[in-house]
Design a binder for this molecule. Structure first.
Ligand code: ADP
Length: 538
């Protein structure tokens, strides 16, 4: 067989030549409508722009941007000219942002004007960034109104207009294409470097029917940010298969997203559970007849949320599990032919699992700190580990002692799971979130799921607090649904028939909002901090 390099150039070329007329749009603030053909021409000129700025041939090109067609230009121009795209998470704390930009050694940053005000004060602490290219998205301060002294500031469109299109000729599939930092739910952000090859293979897996089954007839809305594990691979998978793309820009409000889905006839939309929970109250009456997949991952999908979508729209949520370290797609919870005769209730329970590995991904569970594989009987639980051409073997320049791989070459996920006889993964918890009570583990995820199934509850997060006798006991932090008056006693009563007695939380605390991480997940770290000195009721 030929030695055909799996580089992003070939994905780019497919979109440019086969799907030139396929539509792309960004919502704004100022809407942009374009096609893969026009995008490809601009992307080639952007390659020229990077040369003109003198960015090193393998330099880090940072973005600080919303999901947009311009961001998609950077997604290809940087790697296809040999550089490495580094998508900065716009919601990180300033110190974390400076940390990751310095750690990666970013040379240039492409920033949406609406976000420039946030970035500008940080630039003096990131000396490697000597160029700031502002992408005018119609909002925010004018660059001239800000004091930026440590870098040259340019306007994206002005520069692009002056640059000539370039040829792309990346041939080394093992070359770095992009890097993302984990959002830091547990500790400091850690860098993961994606190669051309891993991105290519991940895109192929994403478009298989065992993955997300995308095709040219799809219109994909990545609500998941382009800085969160490459928008879960959708921004590469769509040009590979010719699917149209709709980008939300800066309007991430539930109503804004819903309107976009309706108006643009979106067929596949992907976001974390808090996004789908936010849109839930607005669903009634919305014309989402084109929608075929509501993809959800990043945190466990409450069964009650998925069932609400099924009852209202006729399509349940499609749950996927993965990590920044796995590009991220690893498992998808499709029902199989074996599930054809399941009752609605049992089918819902299967969809609440994290699902089976996509082609090219292997899973196993092991006794922690050993390489002893545990049986696939859906009862044994152990650390979930994966093996795949798109699973990271190590972090980028990790801190001492941080190891991702086992001695026999599997990637440690830090998640605890059971696997059934057919390879379907059921995530029990993150190792750090399990509540250890009297030597036995309580799954915070399962307990949260049960609590969130109560109609009076909008959100619930369970954390362990110290206990003199049991080591730790669970407490539930609950946000009431609008106009709900549910009490702690009522919730306890509700839980009594649903979970083992010793799983019942020792206390239920009603709070206004569950703190969220920079990618919209429940932040247990912040909750634990808030309840550090919590005294359990005696
Ligand atoms: P961070 O680690 O900073 O949260 P990631 O997005 O890489 O950033 O998070 C990966 C983790 O998110 C997984 O290890 C897992 O704990 C959790 N996760 C992802 N998808 C799911 C899912 N479908 N169900 C439960 N947990 C999930």
């Amino acid at each position: 067989m030929q030695d055909y390099p799996l580089t992003l150039d070939s994905i780019f070329l497919r979109a440019e030549t086969l799907y030139a007329d396929r539509a792309l749009m960004s919502a704004g603030p100022v809407p942009v409508r374009t096609t893969y053909g026009q995008w490809a021409e601009r992307t080639r000129r952007l390659g020229g722009l990077l040369d003109t700025l003198g960015i090193s041939s393998d330099g880090r090109v940072a973005t600080f941007a919303w999901n947009s067609t311009r961001h998609l230009e950077l997604y290809f121009a940087a790697p296809c000219t040999g550089r490495v795209l580094h998508t900065l998470n716009i919601r990180l704390f300033p110190e974390q942002l400076a940390y990751v930009a310095n750690h990666a050694g970013d040379e240039v940053v492409f920033v949406d004007r609406s976000l420039l005000g946030m970035l500008a004060p940080l630039l003096p602490s990131i000396p490697s960034i000597t160029h700031v290219v502002v992408m005018d998205d119609g909002a925010g301060p004018e660059p001239s109104d800000l004091t930026i002294t440590t870098a040259e500031v340019y306007d994206y469109e002005e520069l692009l207009a002056q640059c000539e299109p370039v040829e792309f000729h990346t041939t080394d599939e093992y070359q770095a294409a992009a890097m993302c930092y984990t959002s830091g739910t547990t500790g400091n952000p850690k860098g993961v470097v994606y190669s051309h090859r891993s991105t290519w293979l991940h895109s192929m897996a994403a478009i298989t029917t065992a993955g997300l089954g995308c095709s040219e007839s799809d219109v994909i809305l990545p609500i998941v940010p382009m800085f969160h594990a490459n928008a879960w691979g959708l921004a590469h998978a769509a040009p590979m298969c010719g699917a149209g793309l709709v980008f939300p820009g800066s309007d991430m409000s539930p109503q804004g997203l819903l309107t976009l889905m309706v108006n643009e006839k979106v067929t596949v939309a992907a976001g974390v559970p808090t996004i789908w929970a936010g849109i839930r109250p607005l669903l009634e009456g919305a014309d989402l007849s084109h929608l075929r997949a509501v993809v959800c991952g990043g945190s466990a999908v409450p069964q009650s949320l998925s069932e609400f979508y099924r009852e209202t729209l006729g399509i349940p949520i499609l749950q996927a599990w993965g990590m920044t370290e796995t590009h991220p797609l690893a498992t998808v919870a499709h029902l199989s032919s074996r599930d054809a005769n399941l009752s609605e209730q049992d089918a819902a329970a299967r969809r609440a699992r994290q699902g089976g590995p996509v082609p090219g991904m292997e899973v196993r569970i092991v006794e922690p700190d050993t390489t002893e594989a545990l049986p696939w009987d859906d009862e044994a639980t152990g650390e979930l580990q994966v093996r795949s051409p798109w699973a990271a073997s190590d972090y980028y320049d990790p801190d001492p002692g941080v190891e991702l791989s086992t001695p026999d070459g599997w990637m440690k996920t830090g998640d605890v799971a059971a696997i059934d006889a057919f390879g379907s993964v059921r995530l029990v918890d993150r190792t750090k979130d399990l509540v250890k009570s009297g030597g036995e583990w309580i799954s915070s995820v399962e307990l949260e799921n049960e609590i969130m199934a109560h109609p009076g509850v909008a959100e619930a997060a369970v954390i362990g607090v110290p206990h003199p006798k049991w080591d730790e006991r669970p407490i539930a932090c609950v946000v009431r649904a609008e106009s709900s008056t549910v009490t702690a006693e009522e919730l306890m009563e509700y839980l009594r028939s649903r979970v083992a007695k010793w799983w019942l939380p020792d206390a239920i605390e009603f709070i206004d909002e569950i703190p969220k991480t920079s990618v919209g997940k429940f932040s247990k770290k912040d909750l634990r901090m808030r309840f550090t000195d919590y005294v359990l009721p005696s």
